[in-house]
Structures are given as C-alpha cells and as structure tokens.
Design a protein around this ligand. Structure first.
Ligand code: BTN
Length: 320
C-alpha cells in the first residue's frame, strides 16, 4: 500500500490528500497515516495546506518499491521481503524456500539493511552493518545438483558486471566466490541448497557486498584484506541502483545457464579471474593442496596442476 502512495507522490510535484485518497480508495485519515509511516521510514515529505503533499527526498534504504521501480526482470526480485534487521538473509530465505506450495516463487528476494548473524562460508561470521548490500535469492532450478558450482560462478560474473556498470569499478573473481578490488575482498557469495540424488529442491544464493561501509568500521582482523565500494570510489554509491543492475545481470546469466549456455559464462568468468595462472594453496578440508591454477572446467571445478605435474579437479575449497 505505501508502495502505491510513493508512486503517486513521485508523479507530481504536489498532490492533495483528497486526490491520494481517491486514487487509493482510502480515507484522508488513512492517507495521513501512511504519510506519517513514510516519514518514519525516512522519506522527507512536506505538506502545504493549499497544494497538498510533496515528496522532497527518499531515504537511502533498500525498500522493495524503490528497487522494483525500473527493475527490468521477468521474475528475479519480483517478490521482495525486506527487513531493517534480521539474523541472516540466507537463514530467512532457506525457511521461505521450503514453502513453494504456499506461493514462494522463483526469484524471491530476501533483503536486509543489517544482519545480526550474517553467515560466511565454512561457518564463518559475515560482518553485515548498515550501508552494505545483504541479500539472498531463492531459486528452484530444474537442474541436477552438480550445477551448484556453476550457479555460484555465474553469480560472481553477474556481481562483477553489475559493479562495473553501476560504479565503473573493475573487480576480479577469486575462485570460487570472492569478488576482489585491488586484491581486497569486496563481496562474498554463499550458495546453499537442498537436493535429492538427481534433482535440486531449492537453492539460496546469498550475496554480501560491502557497499557504503567505512573500512575503519570493519573488525580489525579483516581490515587489511577487505574493501568497500565507498572506499574504492571515494563516495557513496547508490545501493538501489546497484541491486537493480545486479538482479538484471543475474537473471540474464541464470537464463543462459538453464539453456546450457555455461561455456560462454565460463569464458567471461575466466576473463575476470584473479585465480588462473597463479600458484596457489587450496584448503579442501582434509588437506591443503599446492599447485598452479590452470583452468576452470565445464562443471565449474578448479583444475590445479600439482608440483609433480598431476592435474586435479577441485569442486569445493578455499584458497589460502
Ligand atoms: C563468504 O564467506 O565469502 C560468503 C559471504 C556471504 C554473505 C552473504 S550476506 C547475505 C547472505 N546472508 C548471509 O548470512 N550470508 C550471505
């Protein structure tokens, strides 16, 4: 409902309470209440006795109505659950993903201004203060579970493209899912799923982008290896615009992936790769393997050439 009122406030410089009441088929008291609600959210609205209401400024919040305005996707982000603060958008998305039969649709977005218990890979904490972009996308792909690494890789390409289009900043992908700017992490991706032997039930792709965060606000131990878009560009970026562009890029690549177009996505991934050609050490859980990252194969696995020349494929691990 508040979404509609914002739409009408945007259309004209001033709009009377009476006109709003008519358009929304509600009473003028209800209009007034909604205006108060918007003011509480940070919208600056002035009221002139003769002319009516005028929207002066919008808050820098990730309100669904703001994101969906001029969002040109078919289904990604068409349904958005917005929270000023929750534990973790991935946790919430996983709960919601179970309720497909209750109307949760592919492309549903969970987004929060802050996470009190943001999750990183391998059970790590993910620092998620206000100013960042913390969101999760629910997917129901009709693909085999072996496609999960490909979904993570295509998400990374969509993030890099969106950052470039929105801010002109060049970033790189560190296998499998870190986005770096000048060797420092600006974004992480956490893909979680539920699957049977040969079919995926649901996938939740969680994306955390350090957008408008001051580096000195990060915990000391990660400050050295972390950056934010604000830090890199020297100014605040429009989070709403970046999310919109990201969702569009995400849908484009996801559609391509579903139509067996991974080879071309992989070519782009390699173009943005920070990993290929480097001597690296990969922690695969039970051991650490050293070698040269020579390729990413058709299923998204990292191909490592060990010192003895043996080639091994790593589906999941962390570069250390
Ligand atoms: C990583 O360890 O690099 C992955 C970090 C993923 C963080 C994002 S923020 C939005 C979503 N919700 C979470 O709790 N985690 C992911």
């Amino acid at each position: 409902m508040t979404g509609n009122i914002i739409k009408f406030l945007r259309e004209k410089e001033y709009i009377s309470g009476e006109a709003l009441a008519q358009k929304l088929s509600i009473s003028r008291v209800a209009v007034w209440k909604q205006i108060q609600g918007l003011k509480d959210m940070g919208y600056e609205i002035i009221a002139n006795q003769n002319l009516g209401y005028c929207l002066v400024s919008r808050p820098d919040l990730l309100i669904p109505q703001e994101i969906q305005r001029r969002l040109f996707t078919k289904y990604i982000g068409k349904e958005i659950y917005y929270y000023p603060e929750i534990k973790s958008t991935n946790i919430m998305a996983k709960e919601k993903a179970l309720h497909r039969e209750d109307g949760i649709i592919e492309g549903t977005l969970i987004i929060a201004e802050r996470q009190s218990a943001g999750k990183g890979r391998l059970g790590r904490e993910w620092f998620s203060p206000a100013g960042g972009i913390w969101l999760s996308i629910i997917l129901y792909p009709q693909l085999p579970p072996s496609y999960i690494p490909r979904i993570t890789l295509m998400t990374a390409v969509a993030v890099v493209k969106a950052i470039k289009i929105c801010t002109q900043i060049e970033s790189q992908i560190k296998w499998p899912n870190d986005i770096l700017i000048n060797e420092k992490k600006v974004c992480g991706i956490l893909t979680e799923m539920s699957a049977e032997l040969d079919i995926i039930n649901w996938v939740v792709v969680g994306i955390g982008i350090n957008a408008n965060i001051d580096i000195r606000d990060f915990p000391k131990d990660i400050q050295k290896n972390t950056t934010s878009l604000k830090e890199t560009s020297g100014k605040e970026i429009s989070r709403v615009k970046l999310i919109r562009i990201f969702l569009q890029e995400f849908e484009k690549y996801y559609e391509k992936l579903k139509k067996k177009g991974f080879p071309s996505i992989l070519r782009e991934w390699k173009f943005y790769s920070h990993t290929l050609g480097k001597k690296i050490r990969v922690d695969i859980g039970e051991k650490i393997i050293t070698g040269e990252a020579i390729d990413i194969n058709e299923s998204g696995a990292l191909v490592l050439k060990k010192e003895d020349g043996e080639l091994i494929e790593i589906i999941s691990g962390t570069i250390i």
